[in-house]
Design a protein around this ligand. Sequence first.
Ligand SMILES: NC(=O)C1=CN([C@@H]2O[C@H](COP(=O)(O)OP(=O)(O)OC[C@H]3O[C@@H](n4cnc5c(N)ncnc54)[C@H](O)[C@@H]3O)[C@@H](O)[C@H]2O)C=CC1
Ligand SMILES: O=C([O-])CC(=O)C(=O)O
Length: 256
Amino acid sequence: MNIGLVGSGAIGQYLLKNINGKTHEHLNIRSVFVRNYDKYKHLEEQYNVELFTDLKKFLAADTDLIVEAANVETVKTLLPDIIKEKDTMLISIGALADEGLLKTVTAENSKTLHLPSGGIGGLDLVQNARALGNLEKVTLTTRKPASSLVDEPVSAETTVFKGKAREAIDKFPRNMNISIILSLAGLGIDKTEVVLIADPEADKNTHTINISGGFGDAELTVSNNPLPENPKTSALAALSVYATLERMAENVKIGF
Ligand SMILES: NC(=O)C1=CN([C@@H]2O[C@H](COP(=O)(O)OP(=O)(O)OC[C@H]3O[C@@H](n4cnc5c(N)ncnc54)[C@H](O)[C@@H]3O)[C@@H](O)[C@H]2O)C=CC1
Ligand SMILES: O=C([O-])CC(=O)C(=O)O
């Protein structure tokens, strides 16, 4: 599968390293969309990719899937044009809190949008639990190193946000993408409860999901190692893109 990549920061370069850097059996990143050619031109030789700064030309290249690893704002700006032409995988899923954008991507003539589970898991369970309409409560409690969430140092753990997912992604667009995929899988952005804690002692990104409903109840905690290149981002988020790309080629779908 030929891939066009948008964004070449921590996740983007993780994908380049693990796909092109190791000559993957059936995945190949062929083109990369960047804003600043000079900053990233070394990637062309390093990973045998072509860099584009023009979206039309990037979309016209021979690719089967566009993978986004940039940010929420970029998705809001570029996705309407991309999804008309190419199947797409997003990691900045927070952009889908925008109902207008969600309407565009769920329109009948839109190409397929793939949403990997990012820094959390259990989304199969959440979707199953809501299938007959009796999912009652979904709460996400996230604890991250304080420096990932607040500019000023804090001396003790501090709850920096408590509220619904809609507001969480608005206030923390680089940290709360998981609240939006959890909302899409479950009760929506106005009913999904979020608690966000800045912890000066933490060295992991820890996410606990509590759900209850007609099926019973469940609790899942993921203690993520951060990506060294960007500690706000969990290594699992990058892995989830890589592993979802690999699974797309398989004809046995597990936990789908
Ligand atoms: N769903 C999830 O669980 C998670 C989602 N994320 C999302 O993934 C995004 C990427 O994460 P990282 O790679 O760690 O961030 P990063 O900050 O290391 O890299 C982002 C890259 O995108 C580039 N970029 C920004 N705007 C662009 C544009 N318009 N066109 C092309 N490139 C552009 C930047 O120059 C940078 O190289 C985050 O901003 C966040 O929105 C991050 C962690 C978990
Ligand atoms: O990587 C993580 O742990 C989660 C994250 O930043 C996000 O959802 O934006």
